[in-house]
Design a protein around this ligand. Structure first.
Ligand SMILES: [Zn+2]
Length: 168
């Protein structure tokens, strides 16, 4: 999945979570989701985040390959645990959720993800789309429309704007 598809689908999932739970749809929360939804592709030097990683990306890919370590639920669990020790901010919550959503989104690609690396190296998947194909584009636009709909219906956007005002 391309980075913009990861961002929009993750924001939609994050908005759904905010609508169903006491989580607030704030600037920090959404910023956390966006960053968290991009980080797992640090293992691919040609990805949006990889091209901005100052070489870190090449090292990770050399060591573990693309969609290896960083796309594992085990890795996610460790990262989420460390983050929750360090911070309980909405950014931290958004980051952990965004990272998890990324793994979930790649799970629906034909390439799949090694969910239980390093214990099981098999890639798991429900193959719905191939990166950049028409199905991914359709998912992107569907998620965008749903995000706008949910944002208005659940008054998430007004909550977001209010948090932006507090932010400054
Ligand atoms: Zn990925």
């Amino acid at each position: 999945m391309r980075y913009h598809s990861h961002i929009v689908t993750s924001l939609l999932l994050g908005a759904t979570a905010a609508a169903q739970t006491p989580l607030s749809f704030t600037v920090s929360y959404t910023a956390g989701i966006v960053v968290g939804s991009l980080i797992p592709d640090i293992d691919e030097p040609t990805s949006y985040i990889g091209r901005r990683s100052f070489g870190v990306s090449n090292k990770v890919k050399e060591a573990f390959g693309h969609r290896g370590m960083t796309h594992s639920l085990v890795m996610w669990g460790i990262i989420a645990l460390v983050i929750s020790w360090e911070s309980s901010s909405l950014f931290a919550v958004g980051f952990a959720l965004g990272y998890l959503f990324h793994i979930l989104e790649d799970f629906f690609s034909v390439q799949g993800v090694p969910l239980f690396w390093p214990f099981i190296s098999k890639r798991f998947k429900i193959p719905l789309y191939r990166t950049g194909n028409i199905v991914e584009k359709a998912l992107f636009y569907a998620a965008l429309v749903l995000l706008i709909y949910l944002g208005i219906k659940e008054q998430l956007f007004s909550e977001w704007w209010r948090s932006l005002a507090l932010f400054w």
